[in-house]
Write a protein that binds this ligand. Structure first.
Ligand code: PFF
Length: 482
C-alpha cells in the first residue's frame, strides 16, 4: 500500500543519499562536543559502556522503527502518526507524538545554534592562526571570553541560524542531500589526524583507560555541596538521553528523513550503517580529546567548554596546526549544520502540509522563533549565569559561607529535551510500532521477511527497549524525590 504513497516534499535519489543525510543529521555537535564533555563529567569508562549499551539495545531498534514509520507514513511526523494510527485502527491522538517531536526539535535547535556559533567563532580564530603556542590558561581565557560576551554569541548564533534556514528553505533535494556528501570522510580524516597527535602526547594510555575502563563508582556517586558522596541514577539517564540525541532519535527527525526513503531500500542495513558511523565518530573524538586533557593537566569534567579549551592546545602545538584547526572547525560547523536542518525539518514540513506555507516562509518563521529562544541560552552563559537566574537551586553552608548552585536555563533546556523528551518520544515510537501497529504492517514495511532478523528486532522493540527506558526513568524519578 505504501508504494502508492509519495512524499509531497520529494524523495532521496537513493539509499546512499538517505544514509548520507541521516548520518549528517546524526553526526554533529552531539558526537564531537557533547559526548566528550558528558563522558568527562560522568567519570569516563562506565558512562561510555552504558551509552554503548543504550545505543545497541534501545537506540538501534527504535531507530529502525522510526525510519519504518516515516517511510510508511510519507508525511511530516505529526501527519504520519495521525494517518498510520487511523490505518491501524488506533486513536488519532497518536499525532501528539509528532507534536512532542516538533517541540523538542525546536527547543534543541535554539541552543544547538548557539553552540554551533561557538564553532563558527573558533573557525574564525583558527583561520587567523589564533591558536599558535597557546597555553592552557590562554585557551580557557579565550573560551570564557567568548561565552561571557552576549553580543559576540548573538552575532555567531544569528549567522548560524541564517545558514540553517537557507538550506532548509531550499528543500530536500536541493539543500539537504548535497551538503553532506564530502563531509563525513573529511571529518573522519581530521579526527584521525587529531588521534595521531593524541597518541604522541605520552598520555594516550591514560586517555584510553579513562574512556574504556569502567568505574561504576565514578559513574553512580556524586559529591553534594558539602563534598559527601551520594548514589545517583542521573548519569544513566544522561547516557540514555545521549543515545537518543546522538542518533537524532525520538523527535521525528529520522522519521521525516525516512519518509523520503525510496520503498526498495533496506531500512535495517541503512540504519545499522548510520548508527555505526555515528558511534565511531563519537569514540574517535573522545579518544583524541582525553589524552590531550591529561597531557595538559586539565580536568575531564570541566563541562561544555571541554573541546574548546583542549583542542586549541593540540592545534597550537602541532606543525601545520593553523591549517588543521581551520579545517577541523570548518567540518565541525558543517556537521552541526547538517544536524540543525534536521532539527527543524519536522516543523517546516508540517507548516507546508497543514498551513500551506511555502518552504521559504516556513523556514523563516520557524528559524526566527528558534533564534529568539536562543537568546535564553546565550544569556544563561553570562548575564543570567548567577544562581538567582538558575533553576532547582540548592544552597549549603560551607566554611566559605553559603554556596548555592543550580541549573542554568541552558542546562534545563538540554536536560528536558535530550534526557526526557527524546527518550519519551522513543518510548512511544516503540509502543506504537511494537504494540499498536499490526505485525503484518511492520513485516511488510521492513521487507526482511519474518526470519531471525525481524524477530530479534521485534523482541528488542517490544520488550527490551521500552522496559529499559521505563526502568531508567523510574529510577531517576525515585532519585529526584530524594
Ligand atoms: N544528532 C545530532 C548530534 O549528535 O549533534 C543532534 C540532533 C539532530 C538531535 C537532530 C536530534 C535531532 F533530531
Amino acid at each position: 500500500m505504501s508504494e502508492l504513497r509519495d512524499s509531497i516534499h520529494g524523495q532521496w535519489s537513493g539509499r546512499w543519499a538517505f544514509i548520507l543525510a541521516a548520518t549528517g543529521s546524526a553526526v554533529g555537535l552531539g558526537n564531537i562536543w557533547k559526548f566528550p564533555y558528558i563522558t568527562g563529567d560522568n567519570g569516563g569508562g562506565a558512562f561510555v559502556l552504558v551509552y554503548l549499551l543504550c545505543i545497541l539495545l534501545i537506540g538501534l531498534p527504535i531507530m529502525v522503527a522510526e525510519v519504518m514509520l516515516g517511510r510508511r507514513g510519507r508525511r511530516s511526523p505529526i501527519n504520519t502518526m495521525y494517518h498510520l494510527a487511523k490505518e491501524e485502527g488506533r486513536l488519532p491522538t497518536w499525532r501528539l507524538l509528532g507534536w512532542m517531536g516538533v517541540v523538542a526539535g525546536f527547543l534543541i535547535l535554539s541552543y544547538y545554534a548557539v553552540v554551533a556559533g561557538w564553532a563558527l567563532a573558533y573557525l574564525s580564530r583558527a583561520f587567523g592562526g589564533g591558536f599558535e603556542g597557546i597555553t592552557p590558561d590562554q585557551a580557557e581565557g579565550m573560551f570564557v571570553g567568548l561565552i561571557s560576551d552576549p553580543e559576540r554569541l548573538l552575532a555567531w548564533h544569528t549567522i548560524f541560524m541564517v545558514m540553517t534556514m537557507v538550506i532548509v528553505a531550499r528543500g530536500v533535494r536541493g539543500g539537504l542531500e548535497r551538503a553532506v556528501r564530502f563531509l563525513m570522510p573529511a571529518l573522519l580524516v581530521l579526527l584521525l589526524i587529531l588521534l595521531g597527535y593524541a597518541m604522541n602526547t605520552g598520555y594516550f594510555a591514560e586517555g584510553m583507560r579513562f574512556m574504556f575502563q569502567p568505574d561504576f563508582h565514578a559513574l553512580l556517586y556524586r559529591p553534594d555541596e558539602l563534598g559527601i558522596m551520594h548514589f545517583t541514577w542521573a548519569p544513566v539517564m544522561v547516557a540514555l538521553g545521549h543515545a537518543f540525541f546522538t542518533l537524532s532519535l525520538g523527535m521525528g527527525a529520522i522519521m521525516i528523513y525516512g519518509s523520503y526513503l525510496p520503498k526498495q531500500s533496506s531500512i535495517v542495513k541503512t540504519t545499522g550503517t548510520i548508527a555505526l558511523m555515528d558511534t565511531a565518530v563519537a569514540l574517535l573524538a573522545g579518544m583524541a580529546i582525553f589524552p590531550i586533557v591529561f597531557a595538559n593537566g586539565l580536568e575531564p569534567g570541566q563541562g561544555p567548554g571541554l573541546i574548546f579549551q583542549t583542542l586549541p592546545l593540540a592545534f597550537g602545538a602541532m606543525p601545520g596546526g593553523a591549517i588543521f584547526a581551520t579545517l577541523f572547525f570548518l567540518l565541525l560547523v558543517f556537521a552541526a549544520w547538517s544536524s540543525a536542518i534536521s532539527l527543524i525539518e519536522p516543523l517546516v514540513a508540517w507548516l507546508v502540509e497543514r498551513k500551506g506555507l511555502t518552504r521559504t516562509a516556513a523556514a523563516v518563521w520557524s528559524g526566527l522563533g528558534a533564534w529568539l529562544l536562543g537568546l535564553v541560552t546565550i544569556f544563561s552563559f553570562n548575564i543570567w549565569s548567577s544562581p538567582e537566574y538558575q533553576f532547582f537551586v540548592r544552597c549549603a553552608d560551607t566554611e566559605a559561607g553559603e554556596e548555592c548552585s543550580g541549573m542554568t536555563a541552558f542546562a534545563v533546556l538540554d536536560y528536558l529535551t535530550a534526557n526526557i523528551m527524546l527518550p519519551l518520544g522513543g518510548l512511544f515510537i516503540a509502543i506504537f510500532a511494537g504494540w499498536r501497529m499490526r505485525r503484518a504492517s511492520s513485516v511488510d514495511e521492513l521487507g526482511v521477511g519474518d526470519g531471525w532478523l525481524y524477530r530479534s528486532w521485534y523482541l528488542l522493540l517490544r520488550y527490551v527497549a521500552p522496559l529499559a527506558v521505563i526502568i531508567i526513568f523510574l529510577n531517576a524519578i525515585g532519585v529526584l524525590a530524594f
